[in-house]
Ligand binder design. Structure first.
Ligand SMILES: NC(=O)C1=CN([C@@H]2O[C@H](COP(=O)(O)OP(=O)(O)OC[C@H]3O[C@@H](n4cnc5c(N)ncnc54)[C@H](O)[C@@H]3O)[C@@H](O)[C@H]2O)[C@H](O)CC1
Ligand SMILES: [K+]
Length: 228
């Protein structure tokens, strides 16, 4: 694909809203036909690659904190990739499994078949032993204040000395305006899917996201596709 078309597709320097992210996702799956699991795998590979490459992360003992939506699904797939590389990794599943999204249930089935450790609770002593935390609690689907055990998990992540990688967007940041909904993860790095999010164009969003990597996972703005 000639580079000027590809550059237009990537819309480098653009920021998109949660609604656009979902619309582009939906278009790619339902109009173009790329299976959702393929997109999730490419999202997970982008986070996995950055975790391996970035000097910010000590992968001696990794904890993936996963919600029940597709952001959690991305995180669970990251845990699987790390596990198959021989990296010690545990999944702390916050959401209720039976309420998990279809894609997240698939990722849970896969990691169970591989025998990855999945916990519903992590005590303080064990939590403090992790050297790297992956925030896969909420992504662009965050729509209200974070409360209860989700808020507790966010506060424990922020109190940890371990480096934090946020999947797509720090959990607690609203994708459109960078507002903190109750509490938000403070990330060292964020790998965001397809295009940067409007939240990261705000001072607060930039600060909470840390170093942002925009991952091209094959989801594009339909208006930027080459005319056939
Ligand atoms: N668009 C892309 O390029 C891709 C995005 N992926 C990942 O999918 C998430 C978005 O997933 P979604 O299922 O829509 O929502 P979340 O996982 O962000 O949220 C989960 C779920 O939680 C509920 N919820 C919202 N606010 C709260 C709250 N305060 N407390 C409790 N529960 C809450 C709500 O029902 C949400 O549905 C995106 O960020 C990417 O990580 C794809 O996997 C790959 C392509
Ligand atoms: K997140």
């Amino acid at each position: 694909m000639p580079s000027q078309i590809y550059n237009k597709l990537l819309m480098t320097g653009q920021y998109i809203s949660a609604e656009q992210a979902s619309a582009f996702d939906d278009f790619t799956i339902n109009q173009i036909g790329v299976p959702s699991a393929v997109l999730m795998e490419k999202a997970a590979l982008a986070v996995y690659d950055r975790l391996l490459k970035s000097p910010a992360f000590n992968l001696k003992k990794v904890l993936v904190i996963a919600g029940s939506g597709n952001n959690g699904g991305d995180g669970i797939a990251v845990a699987r990739l790390l596990y198959l590389r021989g990296i010690p990794v545990t999944i702390w599943l916050l959401g209720q499994q039976d309420k998990a999204s279809v894609q997240t249930q698939l990722q849970l089935k896969i990691v169970k078949n591989y025998g990855l450790p999945i916990e519903n609770q992590i005590d303080e002593e064990n939590f403090s032993k992790y050297t790297c935390l992956v925030d896969a609690i909420f992504g662009v689907g965050l729509s209200r204040e974070i409360e209860g055990n989700y808020a507790q998990a966010v506060n424990r992540i922020n109190a940890s000395t371990a480096a934090v990688m946020a999947v797509d967007i720090p959990s607690g940041l609203h994708a459109d305006d960078g507002k903190v909904l109750g509490t938000s993860v403070q990330a060292d790095e964020t790998v965001t899917m397809s295009y940067n999010k409007m939240a990261m164009a705000t001072e607060q969003g930039r600060q909470l996201a840390g170093l942002v990597t925009v991952a091209d996972i094959g989801i594009y703005d339909p208006n930027c596709l080459p005319a056939n």
